[in-house]
Ligand binder design. Structure first.
Ligand code: AKG
Length: 240
């Protein structure tokens, strides 16, 4: 039996501060998982390639994402595919996760001053070694995040994105695999180095994920690639 299910919030918070991540098994019940899976399926079903380009998103190479489709994605539903995720008929291949997500810190992409980004990653299916679970370098959140993914203007006025600064120290031997069961929530510190491997199985690995930042006494970096718009300011999870 997984005793982590009985962990108190003090215990998982302690793990989170020590390792830079924490796993909360059975955070979602079966009904909630099904509801989220259906919502994801609806979004995929509604995808019309006449209105959306088959844009690739990658943590390693951002050249394909340097366009307005990406930069304006903050207040719209936009679709980003891993390389080779679509077949010739533009249908999603299963497994779709056929690339590696390279080591990164989420605060590189979502910086506040001081840093406050936290990722919430919900497993909608079992995430295993074979289908591409997350891997973490425990304790690596204590190093600074100096690399930033920013929006910048080309001399011709075109908006583009750029990675600046040096990546955090990254020792591949320090990583541990974190397989989790369906319904688990993984809480990810914005500065912890993490990655995921290719899905080498025939099974999909669906997840739902979003990131939060603290707005109290922090400043959203005006250079972040993502900027809130008048149309859609960032959603508050709670107000005091
Ligand atoms: O789902 C994955 O494979 C990677 C997720 C990730 O790196 C993130 O949410 O920051």
């Amino acid at each position: 039996m997984d005793t982590k299910g009985q962990q108190s919030s003090e215990q998982w918070l302690e793990e989170y501060h020590r390792d830079g991540y924490a796993v909360l098994p059975d955070f979602l019940n079966a009904g909630e998982v099904t509801e989220l899976r259906r919502a994801c399926d609806r979004i995929v079903d509604e995808l019309n390639f006449d209105e959306h380009p088959a844009t690739v998103f990658s943590t390693a190479d951002h050249s394909e994402t340097r366009d307005s489709y990406f930069l304006e994605s903050g207040d719209k539903v936009r679709y980003f595919f891993e390389e080779d995720a679509l077949d010739e008929q533009r249908q999603l291949k299963v497994p779709a996760k056929i690339v590696t997500i390279t080591p990164h810190q989420d605060s590189t992409f979502l910086a506040t001053e001081p840093l406050s980004c936290v990722g919430l990653w919900f497993a909608l299916e079992d995430a295993t070694l074979e289908n591409g679970c997350l891997w973490f370098s425990p304790g690596s959140q204590h190093q600074p995040t100096t690399r930033r993914f920013i929006r910048s203007k080309e001399p011709d006025g075109r908006l583009t994105t750029r990675l600046i600064g040096s990546p955090a120290e990254d020792d591949p031997s320090t990583y541990v695999a974190v397989p989790v069961r369906k319904g688990s929530l993984v809480i990810i510190h914005g500065s912890v180095n993490h990655k995921s491997a290719m899905n080498t199985s025939a099974k999909s690995r669906h997840v739902y994920t979003f990131h939060v930042i603290e707005q109290h006494n922090t400043r959203w970096d005006p250079y972040n690639w993502l900027q809130p718009t008048e149309n859609m300011p960032f959603t508050n999870l709670y107000t005091n």
